[in-house]
Write a protein that binds this ligand. Structure first.
Ligand code: NAP
Length: 257
């Protein structure tokens, strides 16, 4: 980590960034990366304790951070997230939509309706509703990044419906890029396997982990910092001529041509 801190630039000096589901895992690393590069970062998740702890961690690295409790499918909490950001920092430059659930391993045809609703609500609809709330505050030159998944290209049996919601984010990226142009760019990151709480089912079993590593060309799982680096690139002015695109960050796991 210390090594990365000395290498990175300051592309987000004076910028304000919101990252959803950002108190651990990929979301936290994205918030940390944007903060280390100079952004004021607003982090959020469902549990206040997690939010408070994550804010402290960021502040200990001299990152300007605000924490807001936000379950992404709660309308009032979405409103609070945007309002408290604008109250404190006066604007919004970057929004990373990172929250997702994968509540079932059932085949699609056996998935209960309540689970289908939850998948749609958190993985897709909440992103749209949060962006509706955020849109009036987005600056000229602002940037949205949606966090999808390699599973969106190739939905695997145990996460098929989750994969389909992630496929929807590829379409949403294209549609929103057109709708929000030219002032706001919209792009997407599709992570491969990253050992986090969310991916415990892959990484806690040595054999399954080895199999996942073997699917990559680089013989390793991804890190949360790998995902943060790609997200920061897309959110930054280095990507100022890129919109409506998805970057796959999966160590070479087959995705598309
Ligand atoms: P993670 O380490 O388990 O972290 C999940 C974070 O989300 C926590 O901060 C959690 O905090 C928060 N959270 C959970 N439900 C939420 C909700 N409804 N509203 C707001 N916050 C919520 O997960 P991760 O692996 O970093 O996953 C992040 C994203 O990457 C997801 O979109 C996932 O689909 C995608 N992804 C992950 C992998 C992988 O291998 N890890 C691969 C492809 C894509 P609280 O408990 O306090 O809410």
């Amino acid at each position: 980590m210390a090594k990365m801190e000395t290498k990175i630039g300051r592309r987000f000096e004076g910028k304000v960034a919101i990252v959803t589901a950002s108190t651990q895992g990929i979301g936290f690393s994205i918030a940390e990366r944007l903060g280390l590069e100079g952004a004021s970062v607003v982090i959020s998740s469902r549990k206040k304790k997690n939010v408070d702890e994550a804010v402290e961690k960021l502040k200990s690295k001299e990152i300007e951070a605000l924490g807001v409790v936000c379950h992404v499918s709660n309308a009032q909490q979405r409103k609070d997230l945007i309002q408290k950001t604008v109250e404190k920092y006066g604007k919004l430059d970057v929004l990373v939509s990172n929250a997702a659930v994968n509540p079932s391993v059932d085949p699609i045809l056996q998935t209960q309706e309540s689970i289908l609703d939850k998948l749609w609500e958190i993985n897709v609809k909440a992103t749209i509703l949060l962006l509706q709330e955020a849109a009036p505050h987005l600056q000229k030159g602002s940037s949205i990044v949606l966090i999808s998944s390699i599973a969106g290209f190739q939905p695997q049996p145990a996460m098929a419906m989750y994969g389909v919601t992630k496929t929807a984010l590829f379409g949403l990226t294209k549609a929103l890029a057109a709708e929000m142009s030219p002032d706001t760019r919209v792009n997407c990151v599709a992570p491969g396997f990253v050992p986090t709480h969310f991916a415990e089912f892959i990484t806690k079993d040595e054999a399954v982990r080895k199999e996942a590593e073997g699917k990559t060309l680089l013989n390793r799982l991804g890190t949360t910092e790998d995902m943060a680096a790609a997200t920061a690139f897309l959110a930054s002015d280095d990507a100022s001529y890129i919109t409506g695109e998805t970057i796959v960050v999966a160590g070479g796991i087959p995705s598309r041509l």
